[in-house]
Design a protein around this ligand. Structure first.
Ligand code: ATP
Ligand code: MG
Ligand code: MG
Ligand code: MG
Length: 475
C-alpha cells in the first residue's frame, strides 16, 4: 500500500477520480468572502455555496486534498497541539463530495473499499459511528459492509453533554450541516483510551480517521434548519492520521514529514530529545504560519493576523524554553519548502517572503520575551496556583504576550489564569484611555461584537478561551 504522505495524497485522488470525481485543487486557508468562518477548517469550505445551491459547478462529484487550519473559530485545536497524538493546527484533509448525486451507500462503501483494499487496513481494527437515529447508515455498515454490530456505535449530537463526541457535523455556527458517520482505527490496547462514546474516548487509542457527513440542512443564525436543495455528501480524512497508520506509528508527529520537521527543529534549538513536546509544537506551527503567510495572512493585532501572531509567538516561546535567545524559527522554512513545496508550489514561490516575515516577527518578540518571562516566572514563584489577571494583562500589553501564550506556560506548570481579572484590567485601561481622550478607535475592544467580524460566533466556541477572543483586535 501507499506509505509516504506524497503517495497517500496521490492514491486518494486517483481512487476517487476512478469513481468519476473531478480532482479540485486545495483552496486558500482564508475562505473567500465568508464572514462566518475565520479559516478554512475542512475540505468542504470551498464548496459551501454549491451545497447551498447558490453556486453551480460543471461536476457533481469532486475530490481534493485541502490545506486546513484549526486555530481560532469553530473546531479550534491550538490548545491540543503538543498534548494529543492526533491534532495539528495546520493539516491536510483528504475529501470527496457528492453534490446532489450519490448518498450514504456509495460514500460508506467507497470509504471501506479504499481503506481495506487500497490502503489494506485490517478490517478488525476499524470501527464506525453513526448518528443515533440514522438506521440507514447503521444498516449499511452492519448488513452491507459487514461490520460486526458491536463495532458500529450510535452517537448523538452532544446536546446536554451526553457525549463528548458529536455525530452532527457543522462547518460553523451557521451554514451546511448534517448527521455523520465516522471511521475510527484502533491503535491497540497498549495505548490508553476508550472507544467513541465511552467515558474515556478522549484518549488516543481509538483515533478518528474519516468523517462522512450526510449534508442535508442549512442552519440559520436562530438555530432553525432548512433543507438543502439536494442531499449531499461531504467527507474528510486527516492525511497525517492515515499516514501514521500506514507508517506503523501511533502519533501523527512520528510520520515522515513531521519526523523531518522535528529533526530541523532539533537542529535549530539544540534539543536532542526528539519526543520533546516543544519540538512538536514548533514543527506544527511552522506549517501553520508559513502557509498563512503564503495565503496572505501576516502577523498583526487583529482578526486573522492576530491568530497568526499568536501561533508564531507560541512557537518562539517553545524555542526559548529550549534555550533559544535569538531568532531561530524562520530557519525552518527551507526544510518545510523541501518537504511540502512540490505539493504546494506557492510555498516555493513565497519562500523568501515567508522567511522575512517570520524573522521580523521573531526579532520583535525576542525584544520583550526574556523580560516578560522573568515577570511571569516571578509571578508564579512560590507556588502560586493562579496567574493574577493584572499580571497577565501587563504581559499582554507591555511584553506582547498573547493571553493564550501566558496560559500555555501556566498549563505546563499546572497553574490557572485569572481570565476575569485579565478582562477587568483591560476594561480599566480602556476606560482610562477614553477618559484621557487618547482612546484610539483602531485599538478599540468591541465587547458587543458589532464591528468585530469574529466575535459573534467565536463567543460560542466552547474550546476557545473567551478572553483570548475578547482581546483579538487589540495590541
Ligand atoms: P477529533 O474528534 O479528533 O478532534 P474532529 O471530529 O474534530 O476530530 P472532523 O471535523 O470530523 O474532525 O474532521 C474530519 C477529519 O479531519 C477527522 O476525522 C480527522 O481525521 C481530521 N482532523 C480533524 N482535526 C484535525 C486536526 N486538528 N489535526 C489533524 N487532523 C485532523
Ligand atoms: Mg476536533
Ligand atoms: Mg471527532
Ligand atoms: Mg469528526
Amino acid at each position: 500500500p501507499p506509505v509516504t504522505v506524497a503517495e497517500i495524497r496521490k492514491s486518494f485522488l486517483d481512487f476517487f477520480a476512478s469513481k468519476g470525481h473531478t480532482v479540485v485543487p486545495s483552496s486558500s486557508l482564508v475562505p473567500g468572502n465568508d464572514p462566518t468562518l475565520m479559516f478554512t477548517n475542512s475540505g468542504m469550505v470551498q464548496f459551501k455555496d454549491v451545497f447551498l445551491g447558490s453556486d453551480k459547478r460543471s461536476y457533481n462529484r469532486a475530490t481534493s486534498v485541502q490545506a486546513c487550519l484549526r486555530a481560532g473559530g469553530k473546531h479550534n485545536d491550538l490548545e491540543n497541539v503538543g498534548y494529543t497524538a492526533r491534532h495539528h493546527t495546520f493539516f491536510e484533509m483528504l475529501g470527496n463530495w457528492s453534490f446532489g448525486d450519490y448518498f450514504k451507500r456509495e460514500s460508506l462503501k467507497w470509504a471501506w473499499e479504499l481503506l481495506t483494499e487500497v490502503y489494506q487496513l485490517p478490517a478488525e481494527r476499524l470501527l464506525a459511528t453513526v448518528y443515533e437515529e440514522d438506521d440507514e447508515a447503521y444498516d449499511i455498515w452492519t448488513k452491507e459492509i459487514g461490520l460486526p454490530p458491536e463495532r458500529v456505535i450510535r452517537i448523538g449530537d452532544n446536546k446536554g453533554g451526553r457525549y463528548k463526541s458529536d455525530n452532527f457535523w457543522m462547518m460553523a455556527d451557521t451554514g451546511p450541516c448534517g448527521p455523520c458517520s465516522e471511521i475510527f482505527y484502533d491503535h491497540g490496547p497498549h495505548i490508553p483510551g476508550g472507544p467513541p462514546g465511552s467515558p474515556d474516548e478522549d484518549g488516543d487509542r481509538f483515533i478518528e480517521i474519516w468523517n462522512n457527513v450526510f449534508m442535508q440542512f442549512d442552519m440559520a443564525e436562530d438555530g432553525s434548519v432548512s433543507r438543502l436543495p439536494a442531499p449531499c455528501v461531504d467527507t474528510g480524512m486527516g492525511l497525517e492520521r492515515l499516514a501514521a497508520i500506514l507508517q506503523h506509528v501511533h502519533s501523527n508527529y512520528e510520520i515522515d514529514i513531521f519526523a523531518a520537521l522535528i529533526r530541523a527543529a532539533s537542529r535549530e534549538t539544540g534539543c536532542t530529545d526528539l519526543e520533546n513536546k516543544s519540538l512538536r509544537v514548533i514543527a506544527d506551527h511552522i506549517r501553520a504560519t508559513a502557509f498563512l503567510v503564503a495565503d496572505g495572512v501576516v502577523p498583526s493585532n487583529e482578526g486573522r493576523g492576530y491568530v497568526q501572531r499568536r501561533i508564531v509567538r507560541r512557537a518562539i516561546r517553545h524555542g526559548y524554553k529550549l534555550g533559544q535567545k535569538k531568532p531561530f524559527f524562520h530557519k525552518l522554512v527551507p526544510d518545510l519548502v523541501a518537504l511540502m513545496g512540490e505539493a504546494y508550489p506557492k510555498l516555493q514561490a513565497d519562500q523568501q517572503r515567508i522567511t522575512d516575515i517570520l524573522k521580523t516577527e521573531e526579532e520583535r518578540f525576542f525584544e520583550t520575551l526574556a523580560n516578560g518571562m522573568e515577570i511571569l516566572d516571578a509571578a508564579l514563584a512560590g507556588g502560586a496556583k493562579v496567574l493574577p489577571g493584572d499580571v497577565a494583562f501587563k504581559l499582554h500589553d507591555t511584553f506582547g504576550f498573547p493571553l493564550d501564550l501566558s496560559a500555555d506556560v501556566c498549563r505546563e506548570r499546572e497553574v490557572g489564569v485569572d481570565e476575569e481579572g485579565f478582562k477587568a484590567a483591560m476594561e480599566r485601561q480602556k476606560a482610562a484611555g477614553r477618559a484621557a481622550g487618547k482612546f484610539k478607535m483602531d485599538r478599540a475592544l468591541d465587547y458587543s461584537g458589532a464591528g468585530n467580524l469574529f466575535t459573534g460566533y467565536e463567543m460560542l466556541e466552547e474550546a476557545a478561551s473567551v478572553v483570548a477572543l475578547y482581546h483579538e483586535g487589540t495590541p
